[in-house]
Structure formats: C-alpha cells, structure tokens
Design a binder for this molecule. Structure first.
Ligand SMILES: [Cu+2]
Length: 155
C-alpha cells in the first residue's frame, strides 16, 4: 500500500477546508467567542459582530489565559476575549470589517489582534480615543499592521 506523507496529507486537508469554506461562504461566518463571564466589553464586541451578520457563539471561561495559550496568542498582544473564525484567531476588539477582509484574503497568519482594549474600538466606544492598529500575528509573535482604525464614540 502506498503511504502518503504527512505534508501531502496536510495539504489535502487544507484544500478540502478551503473548498468547503467557499461553499459555506453563502452562510454567515461562525464565530466562537471565549470570554470571562464578568467581561462587559467582550459582550459589547459580540453585539458588534452579530449586528454585522456573524453567527456568534459565546463560551464563558474562568481561565481565559489558558485559551490564549492554546491558540498561540502572543503575550504582548493579549486583550480580553479570544474568538475563532474560519480557522483564524481573533484577539480582542477587532472590527468586523477587518475580520471580513481576513476571511476574504486568507493570509498565512494565526490571526488578528487589537492588543489591550483601546478606547474607541468596537465594544470599547468612548470619548477621547486615539487611532489604533489592528495587527496580524503568527505563532512566533511576529506582527504586521493589517489596518489602522479611527476611534469611535458610538457603537
Ligand atoms: Cu474588552
């Protein structure tokens, strides 16, 4: 019997995943959100995503740091909630428009992060916010600027 290398197997699996994503592209993207049960701004971000057509599921977890470690979110990029969508990790208050562009372009990164919780980001609306960057990151913690966003005082 012919043996298939692990590399070929992984390639085949990723091709199947991308084809099925395109088929499922007709449906709203599913977002799995992990957050601390007491986090209010996390819930506001979930509302932001729902409003923009994402199919969100929320799981409350006590040890959110364990979730971030599991999904390779580098320490310096950590925020409150962590979400999974289309094979990517979304850390913190990332705007829905950036998640949509990520799913369209599908760059080879672990995901997107808005480190900390900047005022004026989705779910953190408020006065006197400053422009903030949305970053891509890989498992080694290497980042690139995916977009620069203007702060918003209203949801
Ligand atoms: Cu937050």
């Amino acid at each position: 019997m012919k043996t298939i290398s692990r590399r070929k197997m992984l390639l085949a699996m990723s091709m199947v995943a991308s084809v099925s994503y395109r088929i499922r592209g007709q449906q709203p993207p599913k977002v799995d959100v992990y957050k601390d049960p007491t986090c209010g701004c996390c819930s506001n971000w979930v509302t932001h995503m729902k409003k923009r057509g994402f199919d969100t599921t929320v799981t409350d977890v006590r040890d959110i740091a364990a979730v971030k470690a599991k999904y390779d979110v580098p320490n310096q990029l950590r925020s409150c909630h962590t979400a999974l969508v289309g094979g990517y990790v979304i850390e913190g208050h990332v705007p829905a428009t950036d998640v949509q562009r990520l799913l369209k372009q599908r760059p080879k990164v672990v995901g997107l992060a808005v480190p900390g919780m900047p005022t004026g980001s989705p779910g953190m609306e408020g006065q006197n916010g400053r422009p903030y960057d949305v970053l891509t990151f890989d498992a080694a913690g290497k980042t690139t600027v995916f977009s620069t966003q203007q702060p918003s005082s209203q949801a």
